[in-house]
Design a protein around this ligand. Sequence first.
Ligand code: ADP
Ligand code: MG
Length: 259
Amino acid sequence: MPKNDTTPAIEFRGIVKQFGHNTVLDGLDFSVAKGDRVTLIGPSGSGKTTILRLLMTLEEADGGLIFVDGDPYTHEMRGDKRVPIPEKRRSLVRRRVGMVFQQFNLFPNMTVLENIIEAPIHVLGKSKAEAIADAEALLDKVGLAEKRDERPTKLSGGQQQRVAIARALAMEPDILLLDEVTSALDPELVADVLGVLRNIAETTDITMLIVTHEMQFAREVSNRVLMFDSGKIIEEADPETIFTTPTHERTQEFLRAVL
Ligand code: ADP
Ligand code: MG
């Protein structure tokens, strides 16, 4: 199929994910348009992280297909058989997706700069000079230019998370996944991280899939909100609608609890 701007950035088609006997996603369908900022909300255990981890290939679906910009992501149909796609193609599509986690997951034995240039050099094949120049620009963007030679452990949680954001952006992803990136932070550090993300949303066309309990942030940044319950989308709307006049009782309950 020829690609164009209407090809979804992400498409889940009948995705099934089980952990042992626990079926977490049971035929999930949804798609995200290019450049969309979609927030996933819903109670703990409803499958939000699992969806992001599937997109990071940290988990593998037991059934169904994922497409990224129209390309099969981990599996494809050959005739009526669902088969893994070859590793080489997989790693090429895999690169289009970046993720920032709740726990920053920086390499403690590397400096801030080394953390950021590692993958661009080894995965994208950038020269060291180019990777450093790009990393410095990103550090500037997240407000940490002067920390380039520090160890992550010397930084506050909020600063570490901003480094993690810069590291994800250094891979030049088309899609950025954010999983409760402010949940591990002291309250006074949250605003800086959200400010950086707001800036990225305003200045790039990266497709963003966001899991957050920061409803004000979700409202400002996202153009679409999906409410999950037990692995299913039970309601979806633009943020204004879902936060002011949610229709589903579970959504109303959930929002009453978090707001
Ligand atoms: P959320 O992010 O919405 O809180 P998760 O995607 O983390 O939800 O979890 C969805 C369900 O999957 C939960 O029942 C959780 O216990 C289960 N689950 C998630 N990861 C694992 C795992 N690695 N092993 C077993 N069960 C898991
Ligand atoms: Mg989660």
